[in-house]
Ligand binder design. Structure first.
Ligand SMILES: Nc1nc2c(ncn2[C@@H]2O[C@H](COP(=O)(O)OP(=O)(O)OP(=O)(O)O)[C@@H](O)[C@H]2O)c(=O)[nH]1
Length: 261
């Protein structure tokens, strides 16, 4: 009998200007709640959420970051080891779409990823607003995405719970698609012997030391989530403890907790 399937742990980072609704998105996704009066996030916080997509189980470890510039030094150390990134803007704030260029660049620099091989998705939040308050058209975003080589874009509302789960599923599917491409490349690379390159020694060394050829080339083992090539130090050792980094936002309601569903 096969042992029960363990879920894969994937680290997700949510970025975007202050006030676009990153925390609201996370709270809606994880605990299906919405708070109208949120205070700015200070530093970073994360929550876990289990999700099944296409018959496979995942635990998304979702990092909510402070959008205000003054918290840059508190948030950037947590980008490393990410598996996917949600770039958020608000549909009633044209500047927040323009701001995505900086967020995209900041993430690429600090997470040290190749932009064309990393699953970014663009999320336009607050799509419940009245038409006259809308400052960003669908075409504006499509153009931005094309210019930055991002193919996935979705509009959400944390307030009305529209497309919130779909946004995370979209990111996960992007991640899966990139993993498949990377695995195919790895197989192709493995089948080709380039006599001009001194690769034999290198391959042996990787084999003997247990090293991998790179994150994207991993065959993900459900029993070995923490041993993947992503930076384990940037992941939570335990999902039960409180996960606040920097300083927590102060909230008029109960403080945020983490949920292991
Ligand atoms: N109409 C509408 N308002 C929203 C929505 N999501 C968030 N808001 C509002 O936007 C405010 C800011 O939301 P937050 O989630 O705190 O924004 P943030 O991006 O986390 O902000 P920082 O913590 O400063 O980075 C909230 O207090 C809500 O009033 C939404 O889907 N629709």
């Amino acid at each position: 009998m096969r042992p029960p399937q363990k879920s894969k742990l994937l680290k997700v980072v949510i970025l975007g200007d202050g006030g676009v609704g990153k925390s609201a998105l996370l709270t809606r996704f994880v605990s299906n709640r919405y708070e109208e009066n949120n205070f700015h996030t200070i530093g970073v916080e994360f929550m876990n959420k289990d999700i099944a997509v296409d018959g496979e189980k995942y635990t998304l470890q979702i990092w909510d970051t402070a959008g205000q510039e003054r918290f840059r030094a508190l948030r950037t150390p947590f980008y490393r080891g990410s598996d996917m990134c949600l770039l958020c803007y608000a549909l009633d704030d044209r500047d927040s779409l323009r701001g995505l260029r900086l967020w995209h660049n900041e993430f690429i620099n600090y997470a040290d990823v190749q932009p064309d091989r990393f699953p970014f998705i663009v999320v336009g939040n607050k799509n419940d607003i009245r038409a006259e308050r809308r400052q960003v058209s669908y075409e504006d975003v499509q153009q931005w995405c094309t210019e930055h080589g991002i193919s996935a874009h979705i509009e959400t509302s944390s307030k009305t719970a529209t497309n919130v789960t779909d946004a995370f599923v979209l990111a996960l599917r992007q991640w899966k698609a990139m993993e498949r491409v990377a695995e195919a490349e790895q197989r192709q690379h493995g089948d080709t012997i380039d006599l001009t390159q001194p690769i034999r020694l290198m391959q042996r060394r990787q084999c003997c030391t247990g090293g991998g050829a790179g994150k994207a080339a991993d065959v993900v083992d459900a029993d070995d989530d923490d041993g993947r090539n992503t930076d384990a130090a940037m992941r939570s050792p335990s999902s039960m403890s409180r996960h606040l980094f920097g300083q927590s936002r102060s909230s008029p309601k109960a403080p945020k907790t983490n949920y292991q569903l």
